[in-house]
Design a binder for this molecule. Structure first.
Ligand code: BF8
Length: 641
């Protein structure tokens, strides 16, 4: 790969060139040497039984002509594309929700006081979420209302939350947090999720050979599972993490590989679940470990994050962000990574091959995510001996400092970022003085200083220039006075471009948005956390509805969603829960629907009549943003503002 074509980031270009010089291949090179399968990309390869894989050709009369293509069983292009699409939703929803389940288990064991490492930290948030789970926060004693014991509330919240994954009847409790009109819409459509696991299992059943063969009915199940992710597994993950580890509030930190320090022990944490990394932070910042690092010749310990573990630690502790998804191999190629500690999701197996070329200790920690290569160390993490595990990992990293070669190259680029926004802090910054809601935000949307709100999220994808789509889409939006809420790797890309600072407003924003940012002192791009924290965007949108003046449903709002460089199944699940919650959502790169035009039209046109939101695809970043702005303008017009 040509480094300049591969990424817009200078440090990435330099390290990629270094890798090539050293003969180490990275994802950027593999993207050039291996092209994707055209039929798979179009969504019309069915491998759900062993009579196939059935790879549908283009229809005889071209994609617009009569479509008589079918697989051996007779499955049409629509059926195949819909099956594949909702299996992606199942993959994504299961990843977010299983992460949420692990957090719920740790939460319950903290509530039961079975573990010393974890306590219920944010009781205010606990009291805020309890009613949504039907848990009372007060009790009547002798005709008097008294506060309930906080430990009792925590225990009940833990138990009720756990049941959301597998309760035998009823519907997901958090669905009622949505605006009433949206809840009623889901009810009418029959897509209210019953429990999280069931909706995912049912996708696997329906897409098995010979079951559901109607793309609309398949998508209905896709909708149930995606909603069970956004308003279920992901939202529970966010809430329970906030209660356990603290609700984020704005703080300052730094971003990019330049945060690594040559004279420090560099420990890079990578993955998604903050359960272990929270303890790692505490241990690495302890005097005992800092002294030990000094004993071993280092000046201290530098922690850095990759992917959503980075976002989790950034928003609660200000731990700097080292890298986006596509830069993970490069963190090792600096030669300064003494340990890379990984948990789950978005971890490339090639890390182990790269680590072999350096002194880096690659440590897997999760029972469900191991690697086959023999240089990988597995230290299985368990909440009951979390502290010991974390100490062992940090000590091992420090001991490895002495094994560094002289070949350390840390690109000297890093930026300042303000992160740690959430539903609560947006209310603080953009709420009213007298009305504890999003009144000021709505007011500024109505008066036009803020044209609308965009949620821009998602991955990097080696099939497109690293960070280019992210940065260009976001810049076009803020230039047009659209405030951006960001999570995941988009947030990291924006941080690296310096967009997460209040100062960015004067440089990049239209006059209206610049004025708001300068008055309130916020960046034009608000970092709301990790990918499970997209649930914060759902709740922020709900708060905007509640604050009044902009309609009574999310689909009435001048808002749009985007994932310019998506790659993971999780992105499809997120995209679909936004669509089903009423948000016009544009993806970049490609969508696995192009080989089934009728199905594509269904999700990108007809779906708007059902949920108020729909899918779209636009590869060009400026056009991509312009589509979102056009939608925002359409909604403004409908609202008469
Ligand atoms: O969950 S944005 S590459 S890191 S999948 Fe992965 Fe995509 Fe990054 Fe976080 Ni989200």
């Amino acid at each position: 790969a040509d480094p300049k074509e591969a990424s817009i980031d200078l440090g990435t270009q330099e390290l990629l060139a270094r890798a090539q010089k050293l003969g180490i291949d990275t994802v950027f090179d593999r993207a050039v040497s291996m092209k994707p399968c055209a039929i798979g990309m179009q969504g019309i390869c069915c491998k759900n039984c062993s009579m196939g894989p059935c790879r549908l050709p283009l229809p005889k009369g071209g994609i617009e002509g009569e479509d008589d293509r079918k697989g051996l069983c007779g499955a049409t292009a629509n059926t195949i594309a819909a099956r594949n699409f909702i299996r992606m939703i199942a993959g994504g929803a299961s990843a977010h929700s299983d992460h949420g389940r692990c957090v719920a288990e740790v939460f319950l064991s903290a509530a039961r006081k079975e573990t010393e490492a974890y306590q219920i930290k944010d009781t205010e948030k606990l009291l805020a979420i309890a009613p949504h789970l039907g848990v009372a926060t007060t009790v009547e004693v002798d005709g008097e209302t008294k506060d309930r014991d906080i430990d009792e509330i925590a225990l009940e919240v833990g138990e009720v939350a756990m049941a959301e994954w597998g309760k035998p009847s009823g519907e997901l409790l958090y669905m009622k947090r949505a605006p009433e009109a949206l809840y009623e819409k889901w009810k009418k459509q029959g897509v209210l999720p019953r429990n999280i696991d069931r909706e995912i299992v049912e996708i696997m059943h329906r897409t098995h050979m010979g079951v559901d063969q109607d793309y609309k009915n398949l998508m209905k199940q896709g909708t149930r599972a995606a909603l069970a992710d956004g308003w279920g597994g992901s939202m529970l993950a966010t809430d329970l993490q906030d209660v356990l580890f603290g609700t984020p509030y704005p703080l300052q930190s730094e971003a990019n590989l330049g945060i690594m320090k040559e004279d420090h022990v560099n420990i890079i944490v990578h993955g998604h679940e903050p359960v272990l990394s929270e303890i790692l932070v505490a241990v690495a910042q302890s005097q005992e470990m800092i002294d030990y690092a000094k004993e071993k010749g280092a000046k201290g310990i530098q922690l850095g994050g990759i992917c959503c573990t980075a976002n989790e630690l950034l928003q609660r502790h200000g731990i700097p962000t080292a890298a986006t998804f596509l830069q993970q191999e490069l963190a090792i190629i600096t030669g300064a990574c003494d340990a890379m500690v990984v948990d789950i999701q978005c971890i490339m197996q090639n890390l182990a091959n790269v680590a072999k070329c350096f002194h880096t200790k690659l440590i897997t920690t999760h029972p469900i995510a191991k690697m086959e290569q023999d240089n990988v160390i597995h230290i299985e993490f368990d909440e009951h001996h979390a502290l010991e595990d974390a100490k062992r990992i940090v000590k091992m990293s420090i001991d490895n400092f002495a094994n560094r070669g002289t070949d350390v190259v840390i690109p000297p680029y890093k930026t300042t970022q303000i992160a740690g926004f959430g539903v609560e802090s947006i209310q603080y910054h953009l709420g009213g003085t007298f009305r504890g809601t999003y009144y000021t935000l709505n007011d500024n949307i109505i008066n036009g200083r803020i044209r609308g709100i965009a949620g821009v999220v998602g991955c990097n994808n080696a099939r497109t220039k690293h960070n280019d789509g992210h940065v260009r889409v976001v810049k076009e939006l803020i230039k047009n006075d659209v405030i951006v809420l960001t999570t995941g790797c988009n947030a990291i890309a924006c941080a690296m471009e310096g967009l997460l600072t209040p100062e960015a407003a004067a440089v990049h924003c239209g006059p209206g948005l610049a004025e708001i940012c300068e008055t309130v002192g916020i960046p034009p791009v608000l970092h709301l956390g990790s990918c499970v924290d997209n649930s914060r965007i759902l709740l922020a949108a709900t708060e905007v509805v509640k604050a009044g003046g902009l309609g009574n449903d999310i689909c009435d709002l001048p808002v749009a969603g985007s994932a310019p460089e998506w790659m993971s199944e999780k992105a499809i699940s997120i995209g679909h829960y936004f669509v089903a919650s009423g948000v016009y959502t544009v993806f970049g790169v490609t969508l696995p629907t192009s080989g089934a035009p009728v199905f594509h039209d269904y999700i990108s046109k007809e779906m708007e009549n059902i949920y108020g939101g729909k899918w779209d695809l636009e590869v060009d970043p400026v056009k991509h943003a312009q589509l979102m702005i056009a939608h925002i303008d359409k909604k403004r017009k409908e609202l008469g503002i």
